[in-house]
Ligand binder design. Structure first.
Ligand SMILES: CC(=O)N[C@H]1[C@@H](OP(=O)(O)OP(=O)(O)OC[C@H]2O[C@@H](n3ccc(=O)[nH]c3=O)[C@H](O)[C@@H]2O)O[C@H](CO)[C@@H](O)[C@@H]1O
Ligand SMILES: C=C(OP(=O)(O)O)C(=O)O
Length: 445
């Protein structure tokens, strides 16, 4: 079984470079199928499992797509198929983002229902409400969602019940080729929405207001392929900020964009972390003692849910009690049980977690319950006594490129290995601190 093994106690120092953002590149790749003419060149694409998944989804739709040297080239000019099977949607919910572009370009899409996942049930009602308002007929059956439109989608005024990132993106993409001007209100304002709007506009779309609460999209006749560079990953940047801070380290995070990280910077400063904002990144200097803070996750520009678990790791080392409230996903506290294995003192009360800091974290065998939880357990492992072994690494590979290597380059004692299960009898003879490491995974060596 593959594991990441962290031995706590090292201070992180040095410089680390952030990749292109997963949550920006996935909708951009989905949007590339809107181009009936010309190719799209997408730069700074991270080599993540999710990127390979969406590449496969596009290949199955009959797109030409190559991925080399962090660049994706998409040729969607041939006739597109309009069906995405369960396999691709099951692996990654963001596959559903092809629904809007397919409806706009082909007037039909049949996509397997995404289903729930570890962090919550994650319905798609707001996406569908938008498509229906634009004239699509939607039906659900046999595990699929099928949507049709007679002729072209028609512009509509749509008010989202919640500023859903995915619904904003899907409806925005669908509206680019609709007849008339669509207005979407109460939309998500995340930097990834702005990144997608910029790409759509480079393709010839007329999208205005991305980054504010209302987006207006004047439909155009057709879109052509364009070149686009995706923004830096603010969540990967935030993960390194937390890792630097918890070890009392001094790390420069190259590529981190301060404007995208305001809520995190504010909370870290409240905790006593020194943040120096530079043009090409952020320097983070951890204090000797972290102060407790309360956190409530909210849509952007509120505190990001995707940083909640990494921040909880940090709060476990703060001197005092903090309250973390999760308002975006109903079930995003799965990591609490894993922190408890590491001697974390956390109590859940409804949507809040009461974190009693300054506990003596201890290394343990723990499981990544989602990609950010995996990163959070590694962060806790950096300061835990002894050895932390993190399993279920496929989650981490969805969202982080070479996380182990990057942390090791900053001085962490961390490695990714394949360990074979030790038979029960032998297990008794092997001391816990010496794992039976058979080989280091060559892909991550
Ligand atoms: C690939 C990607 O970009 N993923 C991000 C995106 O996910 P995603 O786009 O799935 O997240 P949403 O913003 O849509 O979801 C936020 C909340 O709205 C609810 N909801 C959403 C759609 C809908 O039709 N109905 C509904 O009730 C969800 O269940 C959830 O409780 O934004 C999340 C919130 O910042 C991040 O955690 C994810 O990392
Ligand atoms: C929840 C996340 O991603 P996704 O929406 O792709 O599951 C995340 O990036 O933390």
């Amino acid at each position: 079984m593959e594991k990441i093994i962290v031995r706590g106690g090292r201070r992180l120092e040095g410089s680390v470079k952030v990749e292109g953002a997963k949550n920006a590149v996935l909708p951009v790749i989905a949007a590339s199928i809107l181009a009936k003419e010309g190719i799209s060149i997408i730069n700074d694409v991270p080599t993540l499992a999710d990127v390979y998944t969406i590449k496969e989804v596009l290949e199955n739709l009959n797109c030409g797509i190559t991925f080399e040297n962090n660049q994706i080239i998409v040729d969607a000019t041939d006739a597109l198929k309009t069906e995405a099977p369960f396999e691709s949607v099951r692996k990654m919910r963001a596959s559903f983002l092809i629904m809007g572009p397919l409806l706009a370009r082909r007037g039909h899409a049949r996509i397997a229902l995404p289903g729930g996942c570890a962090i919550g049930s994650r319905p798609i009602d707001q996406h569908l409400k938008g498509f229906e308002a634009m004239g699509a007929k939607v039906q659900i059956g046999n595990g699929f969602i099928e949507a049709f439109v007679d002729g072209k989608l028609k512009a509509a005024k749509i008010y989202l019940d919640f500023p859903s990132v995915g619904a904003t993106e899907n409806i925005m993409m669908a509206a680019t080729l609709a007849e008339g001007t669509t207005i979407i209100e109460n939309v998500a304002k995340e930097p990834e929405i702005v990144c997608l709007a910029n790409y759509l506009n480079a393709m010839g779309a007329k999208v205005r207001g991305a980054g504010t609460g209302t987006i207006r999209i004047e439909g155009v006749k057709e879109l052509i392929g364009a070149t686009h560079t995706v923004i830096c990953d603010r969540i990967e940047a935030g993960t390194f900020m937390a890792a630097a801070a918890i070890t009392g380290g001094d790390v420069f995070i190259e590529g981190a964009v301060s404007e995208h990280l305001r809520p995190l910077i504010a909370k870290m400063e409240e905790m006593g972390v020194t943040i120096i904002e530079k043009e090409n990144g952020i320097r983070v200097i951890g204090p000797e003692e972290l102060k407790p803070v309360d956190i409530k996750t909210m849509p952007h520009p509120g505190f990001p849910t995707d940083m909640q678990s990494q921040m909880m790791a940090l709060l476990l080392k703060a001197k005092g009690t903090s309250v973390v409230t999760e308002t975006v996903f109903e079930n995003r506290f799965m990591h609490v049980e894993e922190f408890r294995r590491m001697n974390g003192n956390i109590k859940i009360e409804g949507r809040s977690a009461i974190v009693k800091g300054c506990c003596n974290l201890q290394g343990a065998e723990v499981a990544a319950t989602d990609l950010r939880a995996g990163a959070a357990l590694i962060i806790a492992g950096l300061v835990a006594e002894g050895c932390t072994r993190v399993v279920e690494l496929h989650h981490i590979d969805r969202g982080y490129v070479n996380l182990t290597e990057k942390l090791a380059s900053l001085g962490a004692n961390i490695e990714r290995v394949i360990e074979e299960p030790v038979p029960v009898k032998e297990k008794e003879a092997i001391p816990q601190s010496k794992p039976a490491i058979l080989k280091v995974n060559p892909n991550f060596a």
